[in-house]
Design a protein around this ligand. Structure first.
Ligand SMILES: [Zn+2]
Length: 153
């Protein structure tokens, strides 16, 4: 199961709306299967950005840096499917890495719709769909990230 905080869910949907009719992409940052931040990244697929996304190594490193800043890790990536179902394409399968969660949001006519999550099988033959749970944003107003509150607070 992958948990998205309300803020991460909003961020993914907003980004999909902004880049429509092109695909958006970004990093899922958090810890223990809980995504607390959706970090927007540029889509480096210069051709066919309506149907593909590509994350440059420099942006991958920026996402890892951002994750360590907030005391978390890089849990995976999200991207949008403009006017296309929220299911991984053959291209997505060929370019996925094991161990990461992949979130896809369908954007129908400019409006974010279904959101799904996927994980690559160990043998990389296919994706398995993962349940997506929504969680409220943590209530603390302290955004320094220096001392994360223990779970339950
Ligand atoms: Zn895709």
């Amino acid at each position: 199961m992958l948990t998205l905080t309300a803020g991460a869910d909003r961020g993914i949907r907003r980004h999909g709306r902004e880049t429509y009719p092109y695909e958006c992409c970004g990093a899922l940052i958090g810890a223990a299967g809980r995504v607390v931040e959706a970090l927007a990244l540029p889509n480096a697929a210069e051709e066919q950005a309506r149907r593909r996304f590509r994350i440059r190594p420099v942006d991958y490193l920026a996402a890892e840096r951002r994750a360590s800043e907030i005391g978390g890790g890089l849990l995976g990536f999200y991207h949008s499917h403009p006017d296309h179902p929220a299911r991984p394409s053959r291209y997505d399968l060929e370019h996925a890495w094991p161990g990461f969660a992949y979130v896809i949001v369908a954007v129908d006519g400019g409006d974010p719709a279904a959101l799904t999550a996927w994980r690559l099988r160990e043998d990389r033959s296919a994706f398995e769909e993962e349940t997506v749970a929504m969680a409220p944003d943590s209530g603390d107003k302290d955004q320094t990230g220096e001392t994360p509150c223990p779970p339950g607070f």
